[in-house]
Design a protein around this ligand. Sequence first.
Ligand SMILES: NC(=O)c1ccc[n+]([C@@H]2O[C@H](COP(=O)([O-])OP(=O)(O)OC[C@H]3O[C@@H](n4cnc5c(N)ncnc54)[C@H](OP(=O)(O)O)[C@@H]3O)[C@@H](O)[C@H]2O)c1
Length: 289
Amino acid sequence: MKDSLQLVVGADGQIGGALFAYLKQARVPVIGTVRDSGRAGPEHLNLDLRQDLRHWRPPCPVEVAYFCFGVTKLQDCSKDPLGSARINVQATLDLARILAAQGTFVIFLSSNQVFDGSRPREKADSPFSPVNEYGRQKAQAEKGLREFEDQVAFLRLTKVLGPETIFSDWAASLAAGKSVEAFSDLSICPFPIKGVVSILRLVADRKEGGIWQVSGEKDLSYLEAARIGARILGADPGLIKPTSRVKTGLGPETGGFYTSLNTDRLTKDLGLSLPPVDDVVRDAFLWMK
Ligand SMILES: NC(=O)c1ccc[n+]([C@@H]2O[C@H](COP(=O)([O-])OP(=O)(O)OC[C@H]3O[C@@H](n4cnc5c(N)ncnc54)[C@H](OP(=O)(O)O)[C@@H]3O)[C@@H](O)[C@H]2O)c1
């Protein structure tokens, strides 16, 4: 498709915002969509995904569309399953249908939450086993998008770390001599946002559909991550207080211990190696400095 644009749907979210900025800097013709009409302009279309999208059309042919939108907090999906499914499932499928009919290659951002977390490095072809509403909606959207075959790439992400994370909050607390409580029974397998943006670009360039799993190299408990942070900041390790999900009342919807995904395809097809988990955590703690 010649002289066409790339489209970032959800261009003011964490990932969509970083991707949009990257594409602008790389001089890729791009437009974004934003829900807030006050932010709309020549480069940002106003699009509220709660509306009936069946008659919506992009202003010009779109070569690649990145679906970076969603109701992304687990508790928001459980509190409002119907409202969140309207965005996470229905809007996803409606937009994909419109764009696929025009020949657009769609990249859908999915999550490790389509699995139950009972095993490390879950394989891409494992059956879905979500334990919370967010994961069920991501799995449902993935199933629906299979209709478009190779015109859709699924980027399943573990925790993406950008500038604003729990680690930057902890870094501020530790710097102020305050204690932080960290789960010993819940893990994180973080991946840096810059890396996610690069992978999105590579997948868009290649237009190779199917599942791409993007995960850190190994699972690390929040407690271990907090201890790495304290060490890096030179903070008193005694300020790190272990806690557990049971103690804080979190239920089974937070899943098993593991969040890591098998990333063989990243290595085999894109030649990528995974960033060491200690480096990713260190960067997240130092972001505030
Ligand atoms: N970040 C992660 O660690 C992670 C991990 C796995 C998967 N993912 C997936 O990656 C995608 C992007 O994640 P993120 O962290 O960048 O999320 P985010 O910061 O929460 O951004 C979500 C985006 O969706 C938009 N949105 C939500 N409801 C909307 C509506 N009704 N109409 C129009 N726009 C709406 C938001 O717009 P407003 O700003 O107006 O609310 C925002 O731009 C999501 O699909 C998420 O599930 C993220």
